[in-house]
Design a protein around this ligand. Structure first.
Ligand code: PLP
Length: 234
C-alpha cells in the first residue's frame, strides 16, 4: 500500500504537539528527523515537498548515495547509524549532523577531514542507555574523555547526546522511560564540560513507538521512520 507521506507527517506533527502539551513544552523545541533508511529517494523528495527538512540514514553507503544523487542544499542530512573511520572522509562533504559518536577517534577523523574542506559538523555522543551489548554507544564514564577531546577541535561541534531505548512491544513502551531519564541525567551531570564548541543542549531520543515518552523526558530531536514512510521490508 502506498503511504501518504504528507498525511503521515501531518499526523506525526499532531502527535508531537500533543506530547509537548502533556509535558508543558513548546513544540518548536523538537526537531523531527525523518529516518528514510531503506526507502527510495522519491520518498525523501515527497517529504521535502511537504516541508520536511531533516533526514536521517543509518548506513554510510546509503546516506552517501542519497546525498550525492539529490544534491539538495536545503536538506539537513543526519547520520544516525554506526560509524566506520574510512566512511567519514566522504560523509563530511555533505552531512550536517552525526548522532553516533562513541569514541574520540571518530571526532579526530571528522576534524581532519572537515578541516580540509572548511566545514563544521554537528555531532552527538551516543550513549548505550539500554545496557544491551549489541546496542552501540559508549558508557557514561567514557563521556569526560570524549568531551575533553572535542574541546580542542575547530571543525566539530558537540551539540548533545543520543540514545536508543530497548526494543519493546508497543504496549510495553512505558518500560523504556527510565532509559530516557537516564540520558537526560547523564547530560545534566556533564554540563561542566561545555565550552565554545561543546554544548549539551540536544537530546536525540525517541522513535516511532516511544516518541511521546522521549518528549516527556526532554527529547529535542526525535528520529522517526516508520510513522512517516511506512514499514520497512527487510
Ligand atoms: C531506524 C532508526 C530510527 C527510526 O525507527 P522507526 O521505528 O522507524 O521510527 C531511529 N533511529 C535510528 C538510529 C534508527 O536506526
Amino acid at each position: 500500500m502506498a503511504e501518504d507521506i504528507c498525511q503521515n507527517l501531518t499526523e506525526l506533527q499532531q502527535r508531537i504537539t500533543a506530547a509537548c502539551e502533556d509535558a508543558g513544552r513548546d513544540p518548536d523545541e523538537i526537531t523531527l528527523v525523518a529516518v528514510s533508511k531503506m526507502k527510495p529517494l522519491e520518498d525523501i523528495k515527497e517529504a521535502f515537498g511537504c516541508g520536511q527538512i531533516h533526514f536521517g540514514e543509518n548506513r554510510a553507503k546509503e546516506l552517501q548515495d542519497k546525498m550525492d544523487e539529490y544534491q539538495n542544499d536545503e536538506i539537513q542530512w543526519h547520520m544516525v547509524g554506526n560509524l566506520q573511520t574510512n566512511k567519514i572522509k566522504y560523509m563530511v562533504q555533505r552531512v550536517n549532523w552525526i548522532h553516533s559518536i562513541e569514541k574520540s577517534k571518530y571526532l579526530r577523523e571528522i576534524e581532519k577531514r572537515a578541516s580540509r574542506i572548511d566545514r563544521v559538523i554537528n555531532t552527538l555522543i551516543q550513549i548505550n542507555i539500554s545496557g544491551e551489548d549489541q546496542k552501540s554507544g559508549c558508557q557514561a564514564q567514557d563521556l569526560p574523555e570524549i568531551l575533553e577531546h572535542a574541546q580542542g577541535l575547530e571543525h566539530v561541534r558537540v551539540r548533545g547526546l543520543m540514545g536508543m531505548a530497548t526494543f519493546v512491544d508497543p504496549e510495553d513502551v512505558e518500560e523504556v522511560r527510565p532509559e530516557f531519564q537516564k540520558l537526560r541525567e547523564i547530560r545534566d551531570a556533564h554540563r561542566e564540560y561545555e565550552s565554545d564548541n561543546v554544548q549539551l543542549d540536544e537530546l536525540s531520543m525517541g522513535m516511532t513507538n516511544d516518541m511521546e515518552i522521549a518528549i516527556q523526558e526532554g527529547a529535542t530531536m526525535v528520529r522517526v521512520g516508520r510513522a512517516i514512510f511506512g514499514e520497512r521490508n527487510y
